[in-house]
Design a protein around this ligand. Structure first.
Ligand code: SF4
Length: 374
């Protein structure tokens, strides 16, 4: 059974009670805040002020909204509550019993308004401080190697539930490492492109130039299995975010076995979608490829990957598989991995190899699934 450790500064006494009786204003997107203010007979700039109070100042009480008159504050407080997502628990990678590394990856259990749980991961390094955040509770795509996929799909996250993960991890990063977030990846639980309106809204909130938390769109990566129509929407959005595509095999049959979505989105369709994305944005995509022993790590697999990558403007990011007890896959050995890397380099491709972080606390790629945190 989970025991939630609420952080005092984000949840006020009595908020649970208000939650039962009044709707949460953080469920409204920017446009709906505008409609709310219009319905209250307020000028349109009030909606921007309210948005700023909620997501820059992270106000938890309408009384603190000093740019509003008393009547408006009281009216809002009588009809709405303010309930952010909260930290329910955390785990860090351990070196020895009780001692964490200075740059330990940490996983956070986040409790949403309706008590659903998602996980977010803080990945510190010398150069970066990255938050990996979730976009859905569970995931409908059921990739064979992924713990989230085994949970099934429960619901999409609201934009504010994604930004709350960022705000919580930013303050944890400052507390633990003395510096805030430098990068954000939408790579936690769920497929972000299946919740694109809310993902767009959250990115716009996080990159508001003069909000207390503000990050450049260029420091944000959206990760997807590669859904062509939605990739086109990302390209058309005008956002300067990066796009990562979980490829994991450039063999149609193997990819279908690993990722059921590949039955519909064939490699040919995906290659065309990548080329269109390249053409529309002028940007490359990163192909994420998780090496699995005996499944996608042979010389022939490397050759197929190189051929696929050359069909568009692509970089390659190789990652290790992190074992999940209930699943049968295995990490590939160092010699296969080195051979694989060399073949890609020989083909003239830009390859990065990501050292797996967070595997010991099930915080690494493919391992996120909500379960009790210690
Ligand atoms: S890998 Fe991503 S898309 Fe596939 S099931 Fe897991 S969360 Fe969903």
């Amino acid at each position: 059974m989970l025991v939630y450790k609420m952080t005092k500064n984000r949840v006020e006494a009595g908020s649970e009670k208000r939650h039962e009786t009044l709707p949460n204003i953080r469920r409204l997107n920017r446009q709906e805040l505008g409609e709310l203010m219009a319905a209250l007979g307020e000028p349109s700039y009030r909606a921007s002020q309210l948005h700023r109070w909620l997501y820059s100042n992270q106000a938890l009480d309408f009384e603190t909204m000093s740019t509003f008159g008393r009547k408006l504050r009281q009216r809002l407080a009588s009809e709405w509550s303010i309930i952010p997502a909260t930290l329910a628990g955390s785990e860090s990678e351990f070196l020895d019993e009780g001692s964490t590394t200075p740059l330990s990856t940490a996983k956070f259990l986040i409790r949403l308004e309706d008590s659903e749980l998602v996980e977010s991961v803080l990945i510190p390094s010398e150069e970066r401080m990255t938050a990996c955040i979730s976009s859905q509770v569970g995931c409908p795509l059921r990739c064979a190697f992924c713990a989230t996929g085994q949970m099934g799909f429960r619901r999409n996250l609201l934009a504010s539930e994604m930004t709350d993960q960022v705000f919580l991890l930013d303050s944890e990063a400052i507390k633990r490492h003395g510096r805030g977030l430098s990068n954000i990846v939408y790579m936690g639980m769920g497929e972000p492109l299946l919740n694109l309106d809310n993902v767009f809204e959250s990115i716009r909130m996080l990159s508001e130039a003069d909000y207390n938390f503000s990050i450049s769109e260029k420091k944000i990566t959206i990760s997807t299995v590669g859904l062509p129509a939605e990739m086109e929407r990302v390209a058309r959005s005008g956002l300067k975010t990066k796009l990562a595509i979980s490829l994991h095999s450039a063999d149609q049959e193997v990819r279908e076995r690993m990722m059921p979505v590949a039955i519909d989105v064939t490699l040919d369709r995906l290659a065309n979608a990548i080329s269109s994305y390249n053409a529309m944005t002028g940007q490359p995509v990163t192909l994420v490829y998780m090496l699995l022993e005996g499944i996608n790590d042979s010389p022939d697999d490397a050759r197929k990957l190189a051929r696929f990558a050359r069909r568009g403007l692509c970089k390659i990011n190789l990652i290790d598989y992190n074992s999940i007890v209930t699943l049968k896959f295995k990490q590939c050995c160092d010699s296969s991995k080195n051979m694989f890397i060399q073949r890609l380099l020989d083909a003239g491709l830009l390859v990065t190899v990501r050292k797996s972080q967070g595997a010991s606390i099930n915080a690494a790629c493919g391992q996120l699934a909500t379960r009790p945190a210690r």
